[in-house]
Design a protein around this ligand. Structure first.
Ligand SMILES: Nc1ncnc2c1ncn2[C@@H]1O[C@H](COP(=O)(O)OP(=O)(O)OP(=O)(O)O)[C@@H](O)[C@H]1O
Ligand SMILES: [Mg+2]
Length: 239
């Protein structure tokens, strides 16, 4: 089964006639680790927002874990997404008034469920968040915020994690750490990962890379975990 299947998505922002997405089709297999690349403004974040249900496409179909999310009513769709999609944004999109641990279990709290603290501590160990559980986002470094955001995205064991440039604002050492963590999590957790990045090193952590061009996926390639190969493919695609 696919964790995500986008079929012929068409999307234009309200105040513009230009189609940001123009027939985008993409399948992300269950449990896989894939990267999405493309120049600034090509529509990567727009696509992730559609996948996460924050924007609705004018045309096309979006399936998550085999379910047509667009066909559900609003409350069913919201509940389904909360369970099946983890979204990590560049700024770590944490709730500033909640601690690291409260942020991480937010999917449960919002669903009216009792948090499973053993699940949180398992993730905290994998993500190097020990000792930071009671801290608030403002007290964290950029790398720590990203790791807290990844903990929250993973908490509910969603079908897919959508990560929008999670290392975009990090120094090299922290970016490397996040990269290693994502690779490790992909082996030990069930969730597929779709990683948007401008960094060939990050993209090479994934098994496949997709290039977005003219509103659709221009091509998809195995990365071979080789950053030089990803750079070469990138330059060939956008020459
Ligand atoms: N809210 C909006 N209203 C109108 N146009 C928008 C809006 N958000 C983005 N756009 C436009 O849509 C296009 C795609 O933007 P998007 O943010 O998806 O690009 P991106 O590939 O994520 O770029 P980057 O790598 O810089 O993050 C751009 O031309 C952008 O200016
Ligand atoms: Mg973007």
């Amino acid at each position: 089964m696919n964790a995500l299947a986008a079929k012929n998505l068409i999307y234009a922002y309200r105040n513009s006639s230009a189609k940001v997405l123009d027939g985008l089709t993409l399948e992300i297999a269950e449990g896989s680790f894939e990267a999405l690349m493309g120049p600034s403004g090509c529509g990567k974040s727009t696509f992730l927002h559609i996948a996460a249900g924050l924007l609705s496409p004018q045309e096309g179909k979006m399936e998550i874990a085999g379910e047509d999310v667009g066909a559900m009513n609003d409350s069913a769709a919201a509940k389904f997404r909360r369970r099946n999609i983890g979204f990590v944004q560049q700024d770590g999109n944490l709730v500033e008034t909640l601690s690291v641990s409260e942020n991480a279990v937010l999917p449960a709290t919002l669903a009216g469920e009792r948090p499973v603290w053993t699940r949180f501590y398992t993730l905290a160990a994998k993500l190097g968040l020990w000792g930071l559980e009671e801290k608030y986002p403002a007290e964290l470094s950029g790398g720590e915020r990203q790791r807290a955001a990844i903990a929250r995205a993973l908490y509910a064991e969603p079908a897919i994690i959508l990560a929008d440039e999670p290392t975009g604002s990090l120094d090299l050492a922290n970016a490397r750490k996040i990269r290693a963590i994502l690779q490790e999590l992909n082996k030990t957790e069930k969730s597929a990962i779709l990683l948007v990045t401008h960094d060939p090193q990050m993209a090479a952590a994934a098994d496949r890379v997709h290039f977005l061009k003219d509103g659709r996926i221009a091509s998809s390639h195995p990365t071979g975990h080789d950053a030089a190969e990803v750079s070469r493919l990138y330059l060939e695609t956008y020459k």
